[in-house]
Design a binder for this molecule. Structure first.
Ligand SMILES: *[C@@H]1O[C@H](CO)[C@@H](O)[C@H](O)[C@H]1NC(C)=O
Ligand SMILES: *[C@@H]1O[C@H](CO)[C@@H](O)[C@H](O)[C@H]1NC(C)=O
Length: 421
């Protein structure tokens, strides 16, 4: 309860700064005042983080990580769910198993869940994720595996992705599934925001491995991040100052995922980060081709600038393998970071998908473009778009920052899993 107190105090502190409250939040968003207060807290923290980095005290993400710490709980078993912490192939996971005794030979569904937080923040042990995992376990009678993948900037791409991949490969072995009474035909991968990115990437990877016997039945992506090539899509433009994820923060997440070299952040801010390596893939994120007209009319498409040597700065003069691994131009063209970058032939084999998008979200168009491309490739997709939704809404399911829309989203998402998993 002490952390709750700290959070409340910070929230109050934020709300005192009247300046922050005059953010233009669209009229149609529900519980507007509550979102303004919540956002003022996040903005205050972000300014504090900037200041701290400027003064050389602690880097930006280090300060932002306070939210993760403040919301951390110890995942405990209760009457309905048995919670244990494990390591799967060396990677930490929190495992939720329904305690209701399985009937004879009854096999359960499983959900592999990947939390959000821009690959830099968040934890399966944050109370909103703990709560969601319990709900999934009880309502679906499912085993839920919440993956504690390592985070940037301490661990740049591809480490977070590879942690997830290792857990999934370990779990999808028949022997391991049997140990947890999981039906190999009823396994989902799911995640929100950066977790949706990891879920989409790992789904693609598994389909490309003919030796992978157990496959995923569905993928459920909640306002996912799906591409780093064009950071000026109409939704990036329309929602650049929207809570909880302004464009600057999303660009910061992307650049920190790839490298600690600040030049990538600056290039991404002006959308001039593409190199010849990624330029050939721009056709896969061409919003003038993949967005419905209603989203395009107010904006004119222009192909992002391609600069020779862009994004290569980090590797310059350091040809050793570690720097090369981190070469942003290579990461930018890697579909494990931007799942939208694969050709249609790769999409065609993907499992049935659920994609949630929000109108007031810089990432809206990433999700919408994926829906368009998956459908064109013949994949069955359920697309739920929330006209009054904002990024991160699902996380706001715990008092005092509980939003009605979070409840609706969670209910609809779980209902879809009930019907399709
Ligand atoms: C994007 O699509 C438009 C047509 O919708 C086309 O004119 C343009 O050349 C495309 N650009 C890229 C980079 O694919
Ligand atoms: C888009 O281009 C047209 C024609 O060049 C121009 O009239 C219009 O103002 C542009 N719209 C925006 C939002 O830039």
């Amino acid at each position: 309860m002490r952390v709750k107190g700290v959070l409340l105090f910070l929230l109050a502190l934020g709300s005192f700064s009247a300046y922050y409250i005059y953010e233009p939040i669209p009229e149609e968003i529900e519980e507007r005042w509550k979102l303004m207060l919540t956002n003022s807290f996040f903005r205050s923290l972000s300014h504090l983080a900037d200041l701290s980095e400027l003064l050389g005290l602690k880097d930006y993400m280090g300060v932002m990580y306070i939210i993760t710490v403040a919301e951390r709980v110890v995942p405990l078993s209760d009457e309905q769910v048995l919670v244990t912490e494990r390591r799967f192939d060396g990677v930490e996971v929190v495992l939720y198993q329904p305690s209701r005794r399985a009937a004879d030979a009854e096999l359960r569904r499983a959900v592999i869940y990947l939390h959000g937080g821009g690959w830099c923040l968040g934890s399966s042990r944050m109370s909103p994720y703990d709560l969601l995992a319990r709900q999934l376990a009880t309502e679906l009678n499912a085993v839920v595996l919440s993956v504690e993948y390592r985070l940037a900037p301490a661990h740049h791409f591809p480490v977070p992705y590879e942690d997830v991949y290792r857990v999934v490969k370990h779990f999808l072995q028949r022997g391991v599934l049997a140990q947890y009474s999981v039906d190999p035909g009823r396994i989902a991968v799911s995640g929100d925001s950066a977790g949706g990115n990891l879920a989409a990437a790992v789904s693609q990877q598994l389909q490309q491995e003919p030796v992978q016997q157990v496959q995923l039945k569905v993928q459920a992506l909640l306002y996912p991040v799906l591409q780093a090539l064009d950071l000026n899509t109409p939704s990036y433009q329309q929602n650049q100052n929207m809570p909880i994820l302004p464009r600057t923060l999303m660009v910061r997440f992307w650049s920190e995922y790839f490298t600690s070299d600040k030049s990538l952040f600056r290039a991404m801010m002006s959308n001039t980060h593409n190199s010849p390596e990624s330029a050939s893939l721009l056709k896969f994120v061409n919003w003038s081709a993949f967005l419905p007209e209603s989203y395009r009319v107010k904006y004119n498409y222009s192909t992002p600038a391609v600069l020779q040597g862009a994004g290569a700065a980090a590797a310059e003069g350091a040809p050793d393998s570690e720097a090369d691994q981190e070469r942003p131009s290579r990461s930018l063209a890697d579909p494990r970071a931007s799942p939208l970058l694969v050709p249609d032939a790769t999409l065609r084999t993907l499992p049935k998908a659920y994609v949630l998008t929000c109108e007031y979200d810089v990432l809206r168009d990433d999700g919408v473009m994926y829906v368009t491309r998956l459908r064109a490739a013949g994949v069955e997709v359920t697309h739920e778009h929330y006209e009054t939704g904002f990024h991160g809404a699902l996380m706001f399911n715990v008092w005092p920052t509980d939003f009605l829309i979070a409840r609706r989203m969670t209910d609809n998402y779980i209902r879809w899993l009930k019907d399709n998993l």
